[in-house]
Design a protein around this ligand. Structure first.
Ligand code: THU
Length: 140
């Protein structure tokens, strides 16, 4: 993927942190999901007083896309850190979000974990979630 596209996704993800609803953790995460048809679906984390209903930024982005009929993706950018500051480190996706990626994405789907447009790493899904259990295990 072109560096320019990666930086654009990171910019979208950084911008989404403004929308995070995080009265409990004060840890704001933004995500930007690129679909194969070139659209960008953004997401933020949304917490809940009962804690477990909390939705991560990555899943918000995926569920927005899937609920609009989009199910094929190329990449996701993720940024996160304490509220009120730029990310101080690189935020990686939780296991539940990796499993949601696994449902809709091929091994070559790119996971971009960023601190800024300059500092990030990119790995294919097969490295981020090796030996994954997915649709192929049930639908073959
Ligand atoms: N969070 C995400 O949104 N994505 C991740 O990949 C890691 C964690 C959120 C969930 C919760 O609102 C906050 O970060 C602290 O765990």
């Amino acid at each position: 993927m072109e560096e320019k596209k990666i930086k654009e996704l990171i910019r979208y993800a950084l911008d989404m942190r403004k929308m995070s609803y995080t009265p409990y953790s004060h840890f704001n995460v933004g995500a930007a999901l690129l679909s194969k048809d070139g659209r960008i679906f953004t997401g933020c984390n949304i917490e809940n007083a009962s804690y477990t209903p909390t939705n991560c930024a990555e899943r918000t982005a995926f569920f927005k896309a899937v609920s609009e009929g989009v199910k094929e993706f190329d990449a996701i950018a993720i940024v996160g850190g304490p509220d009120g500051a730029g990310p101080e480190g690189i935020c990686t996706p939780c296991g539940v979000c990796r499993q949601v990626m696994s449902e809709f994405c091929t091994d070559s789907f790119l996971v971009i974990c960023a601190k800024s447009e300059e500092e990030y790493w990119v790995k294919p899904l097969y490295e981020v979630l090796p030996e994954r259990f997915g649709p192929k295990d049930l639908l073959s």
